[in-house]
Design a protein around this ligand. Sequence first.
Ligand code: SF4
Ligand code: SF4
Length: 102
Amino acid sequence: MSTNTATPVKIEEKLFQNRYRVDEGHPHISLRDASVCRDACKDKVCTFCCPAGCYAPDASGGVTLSVDGCLECGTCRIICAEHQNVEWWYPRGGYGILFKFG
Ligand code: SF4
Ligand code: SF4
């Protein structure tokens, strides 16, 4: 039987190894209707399911979205199934996440 002696690595440390190229003025994800987030969506699951923390509750009861650091995992697109309020595309070529593997 083998024993795993590897040093644990925190998710924040792994994410820090990635690089993100911002496409100014061309966010690849947007909210279709901010009022839906504010008025119709009770649970706002995007604010705790996004692994990159791109969604955050705002003071008006809605959410703010910043795509910087987005991992392109697609979770927000799926998790918003009830309201279908996430417009989602991959970033344009040359922009977005640059993963460091290993
Ligand atoms: S889950 Fe969808 S509708 Fe609800 S706050 Fe997030 S983006 Fe808006
Ligand atoms: S695609 Fe993934 S990482 Fe990007 S904003 Fe959505 S949940 Fe967050």
